[in-house]
Design a protein around this ligand. Structure first.
Ligand code: HEC
Length: 56
């Protein structure tokens, strides 16, 4: 019973759609943007959805 309750509580979290701004952008900004921005070492920026998507 405990197990089942845990699964039911977890479901809405899992079912939420993944969005760029909420889920992807923080990872990209934290891990990639220090280099992937204009003027830095990497050859292309990864600062917007379109920029990231074009390299997906
Ligand atoms: C320490 C700086 C740095 C970080 C942090 C960094 N990159 Fe890069 N990235 C580079 C550089 C420099 C190049 C160009 C490498 C080259 O020309 O050989 C590159 C190239 C790339 C390429 C092209 C690879 C290819 O084969 O053409 C992709 C895709 C990429 N990075 C994605 C990412 C992603 C996604 C992240 C975050 C998870 C990230 N990078 C984090 C510096 C970085």
């Amino acid at each position: 019973m405990r197990y089942l309750a845990g699964v039911l509580l977890a479901l809405p979290v899992v079912a939420e759609p993944i969005t760029f701004n909420k889920d992807i952008a923080p990872i990209i900004f934290h891990s990639c943007a220090p280099c992937h921005r204009p003027g830095e070492a990497a050859p292309f920026p990864l600062l917007t959805y379109e920029e990231v998507k074009s390299h997906a």
